[in-house]
Structure formats: C-alpha cells, structure tokens
Design a binder for this molecule. Structure first.
Ligand code: ADP
Ligand code: MG
Length: 806
C-alpha cells in the first residue's frame, strides 16, 4: 500500500515522466494463486477458522497481519470475513472494541487484490465514517495491514487542504472519508469518479444513516454504481428496512456474533452509576480526578462549551495530571494533536463531547466517565465502549445522573447492560468552590466561558427528545450556576421567550420559530456529531408535550439581568429586565389598552411632524459665524418650483425626471462658477506668496508690499492680448466680452487691488495713450519672456523705456 502522494496523470493517459512504478507484470503464479484463493471462498466455514491463515487470504495480507500481531481473528472477523470474501452484502453487529475494523478492511484488500486493481483503475473501495478522528484511525489501520499491497489509499476529511486533495482524488484506490467532504468532492471535483466502485463500507453505519447525515448520504449513494458490495458495521446496528432500502440492500447477511450474549457491552467493562445533585457534579469530578492521578480517564460532556470551561477551569486549578479537551469547534490541526496525545499518554484526562464517543480506539483507557446523562442507550454503549477494548482490554465506566435522570437505568438494564449503583463518600468530595469563584472574579474570559457552558447545557437538555429524563424545568439552575462559580446566574433567554409564547394557544407557529432559532443557536457540539434531526425531533416532542406542563414548573426559574451574557441573538431578548415573573403583583400587569399601546417609530415621527420640528438638518456657518444656506436644497428652475408647489401625493417619475434635468442645467453653471472661483483663489494665493518671497529677498531691505514700488500699473500682456491655452498655443481670442469678463472677475476677486487704487490694466493702457492694437502679440510675447527673468527694478526700468519709446 502506498500513500497517495505522487503525481500521476489521468487514467489511461500516457505520460513522458513516469512518476509511478510501472505496473508489474503479474506472473502466471500470481494468477494461479488468485484463482486458488477464489476457489476456496465458497468453502469457508467460520467454525473451522482458528487463525487468519485458515482464511484463503493473499500472502501480502497475511504477512502484514502477522507483522502487527493479528493472529487469531475475533468473533466478528471470523464470521464476517468469509461472507464478505464471497461477495455478500453484510450487516455486521458486534460489541465495541471487538475488531470490526479488520472485519471490513481485510475483505477490501482481498477483493481488489483478486481483481488485480491498480492505481489506474480509480476508486475501488469507499469507507465512510461519521467523524474525522475515526476516519483517520481506520486509515492508519489500513496502512498497517495493507502496506504490502500496491494500492493507493487516501484520507479525505474536512478541515484539510481541499485543493491538495482535489488533484489526487483520481489516483486513490481505497478512500476513507467523512460524508460531507466526500460529497463536496463528488459535487465539485471533475477528476473524481466512483464509477468503478467495488465495495462500499459504512463504519458506525447507524450513525451514518441517521437523520443528521440523511441528505448527504442519499446524495452520495445516488453517485455510486448500484452493482457493488455493501458492508455495514456498528455496535448498535440498524435493522431499519428503510435504511437498508436507501442503500439498495435487499437481502444482506446479518452477522451478529454477540446477539445472544448476556450483555451488549464488553464483559471486561465494569459499569456503575451515581446519583447526585446538579451542583455537586463539578466537585465530584474534581475529586475523582484528584484520586486517579495515575490513570487514563475519558470524560464525556453534553456540549463543547462545557468541555471548554471544565478544561480551562481545571487547568487553572492544577489537579496534578495532564488535561486535554477534544470537541468539534476546535481547529482540525489541534484536534489531531489532542487525539494523538491522548493515544500516547498514560496518565491523562480527556474532556470530550460525543465527537469521541464512536469508534475511537484510544489504547489503555482506564475510566470512562459520563458526566452528563447520555441521550439514549446507544450513546451510552458507544461512550462506555471507549474502554475495555480489544482482546485483553479492561476498564471501568461511571455514569453520573441527576435524581430525575435515574430512569435511564431501567432502559440500560432492559438493553442488557449490567450497571450498579454506587454512592460517593461525601467526606472525600473536595469541592473547590471558593477557589472557582475567585478565579472567575479575576478572569472575565473564564467567567464568560462559564456562562456559555451554563446556557448551552440547559439548551442541550431542552432539545433532548426523551422529556421524561431531560426536563430543563426540573433543574435547579441557580444552584447549577453557583457550582460553576457564577454568583449571578446568567439569564436563560431562550426559555423566557418560549414561556412567553405559551399563554397564546394560537402561537404554535411562533413557538416553532423560537425553537428553530434555538436549534441553530445551540451548541451543536461537533457539526457532524450532533444530529440536526435530533433537534428537529425535540421540537416535535416539545410541541406535543403540552405547554401547560412547562408552565406548571415555571416557578423554578428566576430571570436575571446579566449583560455579560452575549451568547444569544436579539430575537430572544427579554424586553423587561430584572423581573421575577411570579413576584410581579397582579395589579401591575398591563390591563388598560392605553398603557399597552406600544410607542412605534411611526408614532414618534407623526408627533414631530405635528409640532413642525425640522429634524436632521445641518446648518453650515462661515468663519464670521453667519449661517450658510445650502444651495443644493434650493430649486432654481421654474419647473422645479412648480413641481414643489403642486405637492401631490406619490411620485410622478416622468415629471421628476424632467425637473431633475432642468435643475441639472443650473447645477452645471453653479459648478463651473465654483471651479473658477477656486482657481482664482489659488492664483491669488500664489501671487501673495510670490510677493512675500520677493519682499523677503528685497535687497533694499523693504519687507512689506506696500513699502515697495507700486508696479500694479504695469500692463499684463497675457490678459490683454491672449492667453496660452492648454495646448501651449497662444490664443488671440481677445474679443470684448472676454476682456470684460476678466476685468470684472479681477475687480470682484481682489479687494486689495481696489484698496490700493490699482487701475484696471485696460484703463491704464488707454490712459497712457497706448492703443491696444499697437502692441503686437509677438512683442508682447517678447516682453513676457524677458520680464519673466527680470527683477522688479529691472522690469520697472524696461517698462519705462518702452513707454518712452512710444
Ligand atoms: P471495533 O471497531 O469493533 O470497536 P476495533 O476494530 O477498533 O473494534 O478494534 C479494537 C481493538 O482490537 C484494536 O486495538 C485492534 O487493534 C484490536 N484487534 C482487532 N482485531 C484483533 C485481533 N484479531 N487480534 C488482536 N487484536 C485485535
Ligand atoms: Mg469500530
């Protein structure tokens, strides 16, 4: 088995670079061996199989099994492998830790081996697992037992590099994957095809087929060829005809070696439960850990937030043992690291959600603690099954129950789970209550985590299907909050909202909405892990559960104002804060219609309009403090004025268009004027600046402009006889109107000029008897060029000369 990490061209295409080993010519011997193996399949008798060698298996498989000390097949392997080799569809049910993984991996290897499967043949086998960790574990086992074969194997799970996977999908022969990621490739990846699929395996099949994965699995199955072998394995196998029909399994062989066993859990698993109050739980857990410092312990909790809080808190309390936390909202890399660390270490506590409850084969776990009541018997079996695994594995399980949750024990016993009640010695319980409270008062992050843990636990209970066991109304929430170190219990908004809808029987639809939103908001532990369907079913159940029952128990709840609790959206916001529903005196309840009438924004707006208050107006002021009228708001055109005066209801789009076009003309003029004014202002500033500079450079020591010689009378040829246009060409367009406009703008613009009685240049020239026509543009050009390089005095002298000449 080669790990799939080499470049290879698409099927059937010849390539210049041979990046993979050339296909070996199978010898005639090998063909003969395959033929012999296949001929033996029909004669397999599980009762006669003592070791793996008794199965007709390829040498490559047998050698790898031996290398890994797999000599004697387990019961499920003994019974299932034979049927699987014969090509039958299988429904495999066997206890946790009984070796189901090899029961489907060995047939996969043998099937592809006998079909002489090569890399170029594409995906031959597909194994689907409900969680990433389990998929990884199966992949690792496959590498161990299949490394002598020439197939390529791929692990396709969420949280990895999609692009990287995409390029290699067409080269994989055995694909281990989670449903979501597989479907993503099926939908998006043109390189990926399962058309050649020979075997489909669903590990933890009942979980893969439950409603949480329903749509995804249906879509996947629709993409698979119907002529294939299908193997389903689980400790809690589905026998639902509907499920089997979805997979086109009409007559699968049911293999359940432990069907008649006394217990459904491993015999070497010792199981017990305790009953305690909700506020005692954290102290009991802490004391347990302190008393088992040399053990490997796995603690299951209902929600990610609880796991996070307990982990953070216990880390700060320093129990003297390594702590780890595994839950779905963690980054994939972290998940892998934690998984591997827990596998490797021996004295360690792992807090986890049900993400870790299925299939994971952590070695040498001593204790499994179910801190929160499992959702159902199946969940109990899978959680407890993380210990006492394999042939020699031993372990203990402890279930912590609240008094009203004890009913689940009946279900467990009925399902053939041997479980005993034990009691906790109160003198041995050390609840670090004060320490927790002081930690929380110092650390707002930790406090927020505690609040989230509190709310999310209640939500999870609220959404559970079995209302006899999971009844949020029976929980002493204040005591629970205090036990988490929260002196002020967080507000339970979702319950308040729900309860508010109870009195109105017609609000069924609204209740649904609240619950829908709640579902989406709930601490969905692990994405793949928490089934949406469960929440859906919970909604159904709650709806049927006659709201009156909830109302009856409402006295248990106090609603608190805690602004720190930002865990929920606004839709659950409680309008009135600090209200104890039961304590509210009846006469204070809103009775009169007038009082109850809500103050809407529209009402406020109407009031303002009546009072003729101008709202939201901006007034601009000049530097002198005078108000500036906003020109934009004034309409200039007659059409617009008429339009405004008409003041008819609604909008006449066509008329409005015309008005806007009319107004646009005025706007353009206004804009042009503004641009001109701006340019003039810039010129003026530049002029002043130059003057200042010249003043500073004045060799005669005169600093101010007024002290210097008045040169304002000098003719400005540029203005008189034309300007350089933008293209650098001199324009001789100097008609009267142009001149007038310029003169006007100069006088308007520069008050200072008037102050100094500077005559207009035109007038000056006339007064000096210079006819305008007598100065040719070329001369002017020369003057302009020369004067540009002259000093003030030189320019003056030059001007005098010119005038004298004339
Ligand atoms: P299941 O899927 O039934 O829960 P696994 O396949 O995870 O169980 O196997 C549980 C443990 O038993 C693993 O550690 C595995 O290595 C070991 N195991 C499986 N088959 C054999 C065998 N034939 N001999 C010895 N150990 C085995
Ligand atoms: Mg398994």
């Amino acid at each position: 088995m080669k790990q799939d990490n080499k470049n290879q061209n698409k099927q059937g295409k010849k390539t210049k670079h041979k990046l993979f080993k050339p296909r070996k010519k199978r010898s005639a011997e090998e063909d003969a061996a395959i033929q012999y193996l296949q001929s033996q399949y029909e004669q397999i008798n599980p009762d006669e199989v003592k070791t793996f060698k008794d199965f007709p298996l390829s040498q490559k498989t047998l050698k790898a099994l031996k290398e890994n000390n797999y000599v004697t097949p387990t019961e499920i392997q003994r019974q299932a492998i034979g049927y699987a080799l014969q090509g039958k569809d299988i429904l495999g049910a066997a206890k946790t830790g009984s070796g189901k993984t090899l029961a489907f991996l060995i047939p996969i290897l043998e099937n592809l081996f006998c079909k002489k499967w090569t890399r170029l043949d594409g995906v031959g086998a597909l194994v689907i697992s409900p969680t990433r960790e389990l998929a990884y574990q199966i992949y690792e086992t496959l590498r161990k037992v299949g490394h002598l074969h020439d197939f390529s194997a791929g692990l396709i799970i969420g949280g990895q590099n999609l692009k990287f996977e995409r390029k290699r999908m067409d080269q994989i022969n055995i694909l281990i994957c989670t449903p979501g990621r597989l479907l993503q490739h099926m939908d998006e990846n043109p390189l990926f095809s399962c058309d050649q699929l020979q075997i489909l395996v669903l590990d933890e099949a009942d979980r893969c087929l439950d409603m949480g994965f329903e749509a995804t699995m249906n879509a996947i199955v629709a993409n698979l060829p119907p002529e294939r072998q299908t193997l389903l394995f689980s400790a809690t196998q589905t026998k639902s005809v509907k499920d089997l029909a979805r997979l086109s399994l009409s007559f699968p062989t049911y293999v359940a070696p432990h069907e008649q066993a006394e217990t459904v859990t491993p015999e070497s698993l010792q199981q017990s439960y305790i009953v305690c109050e909700i506020d005692e739980k954290i102290g009991i857990l802490w004391s347990f850990i302190r008393n088992h410092l040399k053990q490997k312990v796995l603690v299951f909790m209902a929600t990610c937030k609880q796991v996070k809080y307990t982990y953070d808190l216990f880390c700060k309390l320093r129990p003297g043992i390594s702590l780890l936390a595994l839950y779905g909202t963690l980054h994939q890399e972290k998940r892998e690291k934690i998984y591997n660390e827990f596998c490797r270490k021996s004295n360690v506590v792992l807090f986890a959600t049900d993400l870790a409850s299925r299939g994971l084969d952590f070695p040498r776990v001593n204790w499994v603690i179910q801190y929160d009541c499992p959702e159902n018997v199946d969940t109990y079996i899978h959680r407890a099954g993380r210990t006492a695994r394999g042939v020699l594995g031993k372990g203990e399980g402890l279930l912590m129950l609240l008094p009203h949750e004890e009913k689940i024990v009946e279900d467990l016993t009925k399902a053939r789970i041997p479980i005993n009640k034990i009691s906790v010695d109160p003198s041995k319980v050390m609840a670090p209550q004060r320490k927790i409270e002081s930690l929380l008062s110092d650390n707002t992050d930790l406090k927020q985590t505690a609040q989230r843990a509190f709310v999310n636990y209640l939500k999870s209970v609220y959404l559970m299907k079995n209302k006899e066991i999971f009844n949020v109304q029976l929980l002493d929430t204040d005591a629970y909050a205090r036990s988490l170190g929260l002196i002020v219990p967080p507000r339970i908004k979702f319950l308040h909202k729900y309860n508010k809808t109870i009195p109105n029987k017609n609000k069924e639809g609204e209740n649904e909405n609240v619950l829908d939103k709640l579902k989406s908001n709930t601490d969905d532990c692990d994405g793949s892990d928490q089934s949406e369907s469960e929440a859906e079913e919970a909604v159904q159940c709650i709806k049927k559960d006659k709201v009156t029952k909830i109302k009856k128990d409402i006295t248990k709840f106090n609603f608190h104002n805690d602004d720190d609790d930002s865990d929920e959206g606004d839709f659950l916001q409680v309008k009135k804060k600090n209200v104890n529903i039961d304590a509210a005196p009846i006469e204070e309840l809103p009775t009169s219609k007038k009082k109850a009438k809500p103050l809407t924004k529209a009402a406020v707006a109407k009031k303002i309009l009546k009072k003729k208050i101008k709202v939201n107006t901006t007034v601009k002021f000049t530097e002198d403090g005078e108000a500036v009228e906003d020109e934009k708001k004034d309409v200039k055109s007659e059409l617009a004025k008429q339009f405004m005066n008409e003041n008819v209801g609604g909008i006449d789009i066509e008329k409005a268009k015309e008005v806007l076009q009319e107004e646009d003309k005025y706007d353009k003029v206004r804009f042009r004027e503004k641009v001109k004014a701006k340019h003039k202002e810039q010129k003026r500033k530049l002029k002043n600046k130059r003057k200042d500079e010249e003043g500073e450079k004045d060799d005669f020591g005169s600093q101010s402009e007024s002290d210097g010689p008045d040169l304002s009378w000098l003719p400005d040829p540029d203005k008189l006889y034309g300007t350089k246009d933008d293209n650098g060409e001199v324009s001789d367009d100097n008609d009267d109107s142009e001149l007038r406009l310029r003169d006007q703008s100069v006088s308007e613009d520069s008050d200072e000029d008037q102050k100094y009685h500077r005559p207009s240049k035109r007038k000056l020239l006339e007064s000096k008897g210079i006819p305008q026509e007598s100065i040719t543009p070329r001369k002017i050009k020369k003057i302009e060029d020369v004067s540009a390089s002259l000093s003030v005095q030189e320019a003056e002298a030059l001007a005098m000369q010119l005038l004298q000449k004339k």
